[in-house]
Structures are given as C-alpha cells and as structure tokens.
Design a protein around this ligand. Sequence first.
Ligand code: F6P
Length: 362
Amino acid sequence: MKTRASATKKFGILTAGGDCPGLNAAIRGVCRAAHDRYGMTVIGIANGYRGLIDEDARILRPEDFAGILTRGGTILGASREKPFRKEAGDDEVSGDKVKAIKENYRKLGLDCLVVLGGNGTNTTGYLLAQEGLNVIGLPKTIDNDIVGTDRTFGFHSALAIGTEAIDRLHSTAQSHSRVMVIELMGHKAGWLALYAGVAGGGDVILIPEIPFDINTIARHLEERIAGGKSFSIVVTAEGARSVEEEKMDKKERKKYREQFSSAGYRVAREIEKATGLEIRSTVLGYVQRGGIPSASDRVLATSLGTAAAELLARGEYGRMAALAGNGITSVDLSVPAGKVKPVPRDHYMIDTAMAVGTCLGI
Ligand code: F6P
C-alpha cells in the first residue's frame, strides 16, 4: 500500500501514570494509522517518562502492535515518574531529568512524542512542549477527570466493573439486612462513584465535590428501614469527605484520616456511630483498573489513537486528542495542563441521582 505524506517521520510513544483498560487499544490505534497510512517509524518507550530519562526504548514493528486491542494494561509499561517534580528535600526541580529527556528525544531522532496519560502526564507533555519538544497527548484514566475532553478512555470499563460490584453487593446486603459501603476510585473527582452509583442503584452516593452530612445519611438509611427496606448500599468515592472534615485544618484532617485505611472504612464507621446499624465495607481497588477494556473504551481509544496519528501526519503538535459530543477533536495541551475536572454541582447526573431518591449526603 502506498503511504501518504506526513510531517512526522519518527515518533516516540509512552504510557504514563496509572494504567487503565484501553491503553493498548489506543497504542494500536496510533501505531496502525501512523505506520500503515503514513509509513512512520514508531519508537516504544518503556515505563512512561522513566524510559525517556533512561533511554529505555525500542522500535515497535507491526507485529508488536497486533493482537493487543482487547488486552488490559499497557504493553509499554507505566510509571508515575514526573520529571518536573521536586525531589524530596530539594527546594527546586533539579532539571536533570528534563535535560535527559530532551537529550534522549534528540538522540532517538524523534519528530514528536505521543504521551498517553491522565492530568499529570498531559501536564508534563505541556511542559515538555514549552521546552521545545513536539508533543501530542491522549486522555486516559478511569477517573474521567481530564479537562478538554468529554470522556477519557478507561472510565467506561471501570464504570462497568464498579456497577457489577454494586450489583453483587445488593444480593448479599439484602440477605443479611446490612448496610454495604463500597469505595470506588476516582482520585479527587466523583465521576466513577456517581455514574456507578446511579447505574447500580446505590441508595447513598458520596463524592468529593459534595461534602456529606452524616446526619442526613443516617436519616436516609433509617427512613429506608422504616419504609420496609432492611438493607442499603452506600457508594463512596475514595476522595469523599464530610462537612466535619471540611471544617478541620489540614493537620487535624490528616490525623483523623490516619485512623482508617481508606474512605470506605471511614464512612462505614461514621454511619455505624450515627445509626448503630450493621455495616460492611468493600474497597474495590485495582480491580477497577485491570482486565479487558469495554467495547465503548475500545472504540474511544481507537478513535483517539487514530486522531493522534492524523495530528502527527499534519504536524499539529502541542495538542491533546479529545472527545467532543459525538466527534473527535483536539485541544491545546495548555487546556488540560495543571487542572482536574470535578463533577460540576449543576451536572445533570447529580439531579438524576436525587430524582430517583438517592441520598447524596446533603
Ligand atoms: O488515576 C487513576 C487511579 O487509579 C486513581 O483512581 C487512584 O487514586 C490512583 O490512580 C491510584 O494510584 P496508584 O496506582 O499510584 O496507587
């Protein structure tokens, strides 16, 4: 097949931050389109930005990105290396890692670097672009909290896993007339807990964007019992916090939180104290990030990946491929850089949850 003209001849690709389902689908999307349509050479960089610092890179050939569409994790490996972060004890960023990245980028002969990651990864991508590198970003995370895209890949798969877990807790909660608390990931945002909570019919949903009042939750659970419903499901985001915690200063809050291994146990203890009901907690953890991507994430990751290849071909650097409505677009890397997208208080899903009788702790 005759390849088309391309501004980019050779690019590096890396996956940074926490992994998620759909990363391999996105790698395949970028590499297939870039290689097959445009004849670009692909350099796979191992373990996120760490591999670029250590020059841990290899040529990816078509057989390397074949058969990976449905695989979980990332064939490239990932790390939470942040080259612009200050090391513990240092007053400022040493600059050594950034220097190494710039040197290796040149040494590898890259025309561009494609970075697949969340807020941190795209922020680093933006900063590297400021340093003169050509960078293209892709939005991945189960947290769905990247500014500039309507959705991130990984979110839909984690949502399906979270929903299935809530479904399974329902039957055991009912059998034992218990309150079941389930903690979902999401970092500082409540997207995952809110969506899985609505999909799984959670009776209470707690998200970081809405500090909860334990008395409101207690009242809601007691009213359910009075109404003949002997069990309840409480879905909490890992970042959820109470109005009481909100009033504490940082030190106080840290001390209080240290008593519990995570939000799920903290919330369970508070409900138990306020109601005397029998509570059990489940922290779903990394199960949410593992395994095969959902069909929806495969489609999104493939579309965003191939869109990134088009940006490479046109030489449109410094951008992040993004979902806007039903279409794929791109935004300047400054749009997601340094930001987190919380659930807006007026988001329709908040009203949807409340309209079906779900307590949001307010
Ligand atoms: O950003 C994805 C995520 O899974 C968050 O939901 C969670 O807070 C965090 O990563 C966990 O990070 P780590 O993999 O470093 O434990």
